[in-house]
Design a binder for this molecule. Structure first.
Ligand SMILES: *[C@@H]1O[C@H](CO)[C@@H](O)[C@H](O)[C@H]1NC(C)=O
Ligand SMILES: *[C@@H]1O[C@H](CO)[C@@H](O)[C@H](O)[C@H]1NC(C)=O
Length: 315
């Protein structure tokens, strides 16, 4: 069935494009430097964010920018369909000059199809303006880490979304890949996903590796080095998630505290800016409805929307 889906898009493509190269041979879209934040689709009371809520958050996040390189004009969401996230966030992004990196849940064929349909609805709605609001797509968010999908099936889903986005809707600037932990990317069983991806989004949390915050940057750089050794120097690479909790229980040598978050931000975000690796911090705002105390405290700002850190990078 998945192969039929792919075939239907290739068919659609051949009627609109005379000589589309096979997806495997098309050059991956370049990924320019950007910086921004992961955002959930729910408000603190658990209800879904409206278009007005997204717009307010995008404006707030852009107001945090303290330099011309980190414009904070891109955000990453985890699902297109849950809470109608993409339908509400896309017009908010267009209104505020923000771009969106859209996550697609692939956990079951039904879920994947609903996510794909929610993406297609927005691609269609904004096709005439070139869909410039869409920065990239990750099919799967730690799906390999949770072992909830066969890597070959995930690779097929990535080709399916690429065919729809880049060929059928001609959004050739939009790279399609997957977001996963660095440990997943260095696991040889996941090579089909790397091969199918235009871009690799790496999630890495030195806090969860139990190191003290002073070792955070080095631990994070090791994760990048090991991932890049596997994906190769030419595969576009983006940090999908990194962050440090400002409160909650400690994990081995890793201490959750506000000054630790500041140290980790200054060390890691400012280094990423120098390296020009695009990044999405995890996350924009605390999520008070999350189950564990530690997971409620990964926001760079309290939900009252005051940042916990000074974003200025040392010269
Ligand atoms: C990562 O790789 C770079 C380039 O090879 C090297 O300079 C650096 O020391 C490495 N960092 C770590 C922490 O392994
Ligand atoms: C942030 O840090 C910079 C550089 O140290 C300083 O100039 C600036 O006043 C600080 N901003 C705030 C809001 O504290």
């Amino acid at each position: 069935m998945k192969f039929q889906l792919l075939a239907s898009f290739v068919l659609l493509a051949s009627s609109s494009l005379v000589a589309a190269a096979p997806l495997e041979e098309r050059a991956a879209p370049p990924v320019p430097y950007f910086s921004g934040f992961n955002l959930g689709a729910n408000k603190p009371d658990g209800s879904c964010k409206t278009q007005a809520n997204w717009e307010q958050e995008f404006k707030k996040i852009r107001s945090w920018s303290t330099n011309t390189k980190d414009k904070f004009n891109s955000i990453k969401i985890f699902s297109t369909n849950d809470c109608n996230a993409l339908a509400n966030a896309a017009p908010a992004a267009i209104a505020t000059g923000t771009t969106i990196w859209a996550g697609i849940w692939p956990s079951t064929p039904e879920k994947f199809n609903a996510e794909k349909a929610a993406l297609e609805a927005q691609l269609k709605k904004y096709q005439s303006t070139g869909n410039k609001w869409l920065m990239g797509i990750n099919v799967g968010s730690e799906a390999l880490y949770r072992k909830e999908i066969d890597p070959k099936v995930l690779a097929q889903y990535i080709y399916d979304i690429k065919g729809m986005t880049q060929i059928a809707y001609k959004a050739t600037h939009v790279p399609v890949g997957s977001a996963d932990t660095w440990t997943s990317w260095v696991d040889g069983r996941n090579k089909p996903v790397i091969d199918a991806s235009d871009v690799i989004l790496m999630n890495a949390f030195p806090y969860w590796q139990g190191v003290e915050v002073e070792a955070g940057l080095r631990t994070f750089q090791e994760a990048i080095n090991r991932t890049k050794n596997v994906i190769g120097p030419n595969k576009p690479f983006v940090v999908g998630e990194t962050g440090w909790p400002s409160a909650g229980p400690n994990f081995q040598k890793a201490i959750a505290c506000k000054s630790c978050l500041q140290k980790y931000y200054t060390n890691v975000a400012c280094w990423l800016q120098k390296q020009s690796y695009g990044w999405y911090w995890f996350s924009g705002f605390d999520e008070p409805k999350r189950e564990s105390e530690i997971e409620r405290n990964f926001g760079i700002a309290w939900y009252g929307q005051t940042p916990k850190v000074n974003f200025t990078c040392p010269k």
